[in-house]
Design a protein around this ligand. Structure first.
Ligand code: CA
Ligand code: CA
Length: 293
């Protein structure tokens, strides 16, 4: 199995030269650094001591053979293996309540027996996930810190082992990159970080010939979740709703108002993250109302 490692981007852009190529349906793996580039190794390494630290390295970009602009790819996330310790760096500027934090702190959380250890008493069960994953956007470069319709820093906890991420493609070969794994993160990413960690992700990419996608969708065993990001929360919600309604209209051949009613009856609006340059929500549609894409 091919393992891709050692080259990182800090913005998604069609100007980035691919470091490797993969075939459709090939199973391969990508090694990633944590969002701090692996620089915060102990609790004495404070984020403030690294003023020039480039955050959110994404391994790639990877050229996907036989993929063209306008295609839709479906990325099966087969496996996520985590390194043996995670890190959470908090300070006066981090997260929703950063103003309650008076000093910069680095917390190292060892991973053992399926848990991250906050201290000797509190074991946090891991929920592995990928924070940053995407393809080259249509025109401008977009920093890896920012989510948009190309993917990027979506920080959506359902992007995990066993899920499939469907993404639109804007350039030949797609130019996939990923990084920013989390050992655990709750909806919202409220203090500004997940349990940040490096690791290795095993993937398989398929081409979806049935559907032209406009925006990322993550598929779990039970749901299709339409992901939407915008600077303002309400704009992200409206965009997620409109894209979900358009999907329901297309699949069921129903009018907007009926799709709106169906969405309101069965769709769950969930917050992915509130702490990135754009916030991210997902409209979760159970497979009882949307069987396939
Ligand atoms: Ca992130
Ligand atoms: Ca992160």
């Amino acid at each position: 199995m091919q393992t891709i490692d050692g080259s990182y981007i800090y913005e998604f852009s069609s100007a980035n030269k691919p470091i490797n190529s993969v075939k459709l349906n090939e199973t391969f793996s990508i090694k990633t650094l944590d969002c701090y580039g692996g620089q915060l190794k102990s609790e004495s390494d404070l984020r403030a001591d690294f003023p020039n630290l480039k955050i959110n390295p994404a391994t790639g970009p990877i050229y996907i053979e036989n993929i063209e602009k306008g295609d839709t790819i479906s990325i099966d996330i087969k496996r996520i293996e985590l390194n043996d310790q995670g890190v959470m760096a908090t300070g006066p500027d981090t997260g929703i309540l950063g103003d309650y934090i008076t000093e910069s702190q680095t917390k190292i959380l060892p991973i053992t027996d399926g848990c991250a250890l906050l201290n000797n008493q509190i074991k946090i069960p891991i929920n592995k996930m990928i924070g940053v994953i995407g393809v080259a956007p249509e025109d401008h470069a977009i920093p890896c810190s920012t989510p948009d319709i190309h993917g990027g820093n979506m920080d959506t906890k359902d992007i995990t082992e066993g899920s499939t991420l469907h993404l639109p493609v804007f350039h030949e070969g797609g130019l996939l990159a990923l990084g920013d794994l989390h050992a655990a993160m709750g909806d919202g990413e409220l203090d500004g970080t997940g349990i940040e960690i490096g690791g290795e992700v095993t993937l398989q990419i398929k081409k979806n010939d049935n559907f032209k996608l406009k925006t990322p969708i993550v598929e779990t065993d039970t749901h299709f979740m339409v992901i939407a990001s915008a600077e303002a929360f309400n704009d992200a919600v409206r965009q997620g709703m409109l894209n979900a309604i358009s999907l329901l209209q297309h699949k069921h051949q129903i009018a907007f108002a009926d799709a709106y009613r169906l969405l309101s009856a069965k769709g769950d609006l969930r917050i992915s993250q509130l702490v990135n340059p754009k916030v991210t929500v997902r409209m979760a549609l159970p497979k009882t109302v949307l069987v396939n894409l």
